[in-house]
Design a protein around this ligand. Structure first.
Ligand code: TXA
Ligand code: MG
Length: 315
């Protein structure tokens, strides 16, 4: 069910969940201070309760409401990457609901850059807990249509168009003057290192948990198989009796293949923007298997490869 901005605000203030657009993927939002509303998020998503939620805030000044420590390093990163596809995991203030944190001592915060959702956050004054608006382990939604298809027509959706970044935010935890990468996203480790003035710490004694990195994540319903080269993909398709469809990430793909293909150029931002839309479309074909030609494995492709590798765990 589509709702407008004022209806979305009224519902959120009443303790209901509303799917909201962000620049990365659609989120299933609820008032981050309302525990009954937070429980609804877990119920609608069928998400395990030990997987904490990201709190979306309208500007950096609101960090002080949630984080016990906003170190100079964390401030530097927030200044560089907010509003945007970047989430900071910081030590939580004691009052932050254990439901949002899933009992972690930390809280994840993000200022999204989607204009409509920034307006929603500013106009309502709310902080919104929002995981991606899909059922647990399934494909993330990048349009209002994906949300309705995944969660059902009864879920209220604020339609903000197709998401422009297209894959989930980069997640970084900061403790004092150290940082760690918890999830790859379109803001790369190299970009963060430049702003931080130092590399991420690895293998420290107190490595934070990454609760949500379920091995089966971002998965279409159709089994998905990855290929390193196009010739291998085509040969597999031709020697296999099962129906298939393919996603081919290549600048010069053959146009004469006799099975369903979606082509994306080897440009990482473009692939990220259209990746989930392509997988949703291929999934809807109801073929027996999806074949995906992988992008290169250089650093700017890591976030996309991470999503594809998890998607392929369903085969
Ligand atoms: O781009 C995004 O981040 C989207 C949009 C809606 O903002 N949200 C999103 O939420 O991807 P979700 O719940 O699908 O993924 C959030 C990840 C989960 O893996 C969760 O475990 C992790 O963030 N996370 C949340 N709070 C955390 C915390 N305190 N410590 C460590 N990881 C945390
Ligand atoms: Mg998710």
């Amino acid at each position: 069910m589509l709702v407008n901005l004022n209806q979305a605000i009224a519902k959120l203030k009443a303790g209901d969940v509303v799917a909201i657009p962000t620049e990365t993927v659609y989120g299933l939002a609820a008032d981050a201070t309302n525990e009954l509303a937070l429980h609804q998020i877990y119920a609608v998503k069928q998400r395990p309760r030990d997987n904490p939620l990201i709190v979306h805030i309208g500007d950096m000044a609101q960090v002080a409401d949630w984080a016990a420590e906003f170190s100079p390093l964390a401030q530097k990163l927030a200044n560089a990457f907010w509003p945007g596809p970047f989430t900071l995991v910081l030590p939580a203030k004691p009052h932050v609901s254990a439901v949002v944190r899933a009992n972690e001592p930390t809280v994840a915060l993000r200022v999204p850059s989607h204009a409509l959702t920034l307006q929603l956050l500013k106009q309502s004054g709310l902080a919104l807990a929002a995981p991606s608006a899909n059922k647990y382990t399934q494909l993330s939604p990048t349009t209002a249509v994906h949300v309705a298809a995944g969660l059902g027509e009864q879920v209220a959706v604020l339609d903000g168009g197709a998401c422009q970044v297209g894959i989930e935010s980069t997640i970084v935890s900061v403790a004092g003057d150290n940082w760690q990468l918890l999830r790859h996203g379109m803001i790369t480790e190299a970009q963060i290192s430049v702003v931080a003035g130092k590399p991420a710490i690895l293998g420290a004694a107190n490595v934070p948990k990454v609760p949500g990195q379920h091995i089966l994540h971002y998965s279409p319903k159709t089994p998905l198989k990855l290929f390193d080269d196009l010739a291998g993909l085509i040969q597999y398709q031709q020697n296999n009796t099962q129906t298939s469809a393919a996603l081919i990430i290549d600048d010069n793909p053959p146009q004469n293949l006799d099975f369903n293909c979606i082509y994306l150029p080897r440009k990482n931002a473009e692939v990220a923007e259209h990746l989930y839309e392509a997988l949703h479309r291929l999934d809807a074909l109801n073929v027996a298997q999806l074949l995906v030609l992988k992008p290169p494995s250089s650093p700017e492709w890591l976030a996309i490869l991470d999503r594809l590798n998890r998607a392929a765990k369903n085969a």
